[in-house]
Design a protein around this ligand. Structure first.
Ligand SMILES: [Zn+2]
Length: 406
């Protein structure tokens, strides 16, 4: 793109990323004239997306001149709108109101069965948003978008789940349209349609962890092990989804030595049939400790139940077997383990296998750690995805243009 074509959306991106935070720096970065920069900034100020701070707390260290009149610093006004986010698990869900930096303003969690089907579940989630907005002190007019995390493979372009093993009744269901509809009905009657973005939980968790805790890591991998097993890959700051959104769906890789283990997907011998929270709950139950779910497993692990600890370590080894190949392909700098099983025993099992079997060159600089965001990761990722989508240069320009027309 020739610099002279830098739009208001591009200026916003430079400001948000911290690459240019004064009018002078924006002129320098884009080659635009002072008056053109001023005109584009007026558009951004007009929309309420920017604010100006003199003295610029937080701008220290960027080499700003110390002599003369301090130039006003520009920053993204992360409080001008809010995002709604929901994280749907198999047996419970969370919903939240977040500001545009991903900070949670109000949140709730409650049991909600994904197996009740999309109609009922999406309607329930939409109903949760109204009291949450009240609690956050935000009205519906400030909602810029909704992000939803689901425990299944998603076609990113349509927001529909595709052949989800643990979401009965959801295959190809028009989630964005129906959530939008339910939201309008319960929260904002007569309001404009709000964009809804849907993605897979492991993807969103990976995106959130990378953005918020490992922003400098150019090859990043997160593996979630709860009821199922999935992975998210972030390369150069962007989620890598693959051609059909199937990248990272490692839970259904067949192991060579478990032909008798039936998986939720209908196949035998999948990694998830052997090493998921659901598989371990079944095994622990068979060994005399009734355990119904991955979250039950988590409770046993937290209590140090010896059988649970041993099973989690073994599951870590099984997942590690598959990750040897994944890590060799990606050569990531960070591998985050997340989900119900991701505690110390599981981590130890993964590490053991990786460092034993992967080439030293692919693991020399690899950090294998547990999740920093924990149960907030998918919610944060859902919110962050909406913000990055809506304020990306092209999209931001289109929204500014629509605003001028309206
Ligand atoms: Zn399977």
């Amino acid at each position: 793109m020739p610099a002279s074509q830098a739009s208001a959306g591009h200026l916003l991106q430079l400001i948000r990323s911290g690459q240019a935070t004064t009018r002078g720096e924006l002129q320098q970065a884009t080659g635009l004239s002072r008056s053109t920069v001023g005109h584009r900034l007026d558009q951004l100020f007009g929309a309420g997306w920017l604010r100006e701070t003199s003295g610029a707390p937080g701008a220290a260290g960027n080499g700003a001149a110390t002599s003369g009149r301090p130039s006003a610093h520009l920053e993204f006004d992360s409080s001008h709108a809010v995002v709604l986010a929901a994280d749907l698990e198999t047996r419970h869900a969370q919903a939240a109101v977040l500001d545009l930096t991903g900070r949670v303003l109000a949140q709730r969690a409650a049991p909600l069965l994904v197996a009740d089907g999309p109609e009922q579940v999406l309607d329930t989630l939409a109903r949760w948003f109204s009291p949450l907005l009240d609690e956050a002190g935000a009205d519906a007019a400030r909602v810029c978008g909704i992000g939803l995390s689901v425990p299944g493979p998603v076609d990113w372009a349509t927001g529909r789940v595709v052949q989800p093993p643990i979401m009965p009744g959801w295959d190809q269901y028009p989630i964005p349209e129906r959530l939008q509809h339910a939201y309008t009905r319960h929260v904002a009657p007569g309001g404009p349609p709000v964009p809804v973005l849907v993605d897979n939980d492991a993807n969103l968790m990976a995106y959130a962890e990378q953005r918020h805790h490992f922003p400098d890591c150019a090859a990043f991998l997160l593996v979630k092990v709860s009821t199922g097993i999935g992975a998210g890959v972030v390369v150069d700051g962007e989620l890598y989804r693959g051609i059909d959104g199937g990248a990272g769906d490692i839970g259904h890789i067949r192991l060579h030595d478990a032909p008798e283990e039936l998986c939720m997907c209908g196949s035998y011998g999948c990694l998830a049939a052997v090493a998921s929270g659901r598989a371990l709950a079944g095994r622990l139950t068979a060994q005399g400790t009734p355990t119904t779910s991955g979250s039950d497993m988590r409770r046993h692990l937290a209590a140090g139940h010896p059988d649970a600890v041993r099973l989690a370590r073994e599951a870590g080894q099984r997942v590690g077997e598959v990750l040897v190949t994944v890590v060799t392909m990606l050569n990531p700098g960070v591998l985050v383990l997340a989900g119900d099983l991701a505690g110390t025993p599981f981590l130890a099992g993964v590490r053991e296998l990786l460092y034993q079997r992967a080439m030293p060159r692919t693991t020399a600089h690899l950090r294998v750690v547990t999740s920093q965001l924990g149960d907030q990761a998918a919610l944060t990722g859902a919110g962050t995805t909406v913000v990055e989508h809506l304020y990306a240069p092209d999209r931001a320009d289109a929204r500014l243009a629509a605003r001028d027309v309206g």
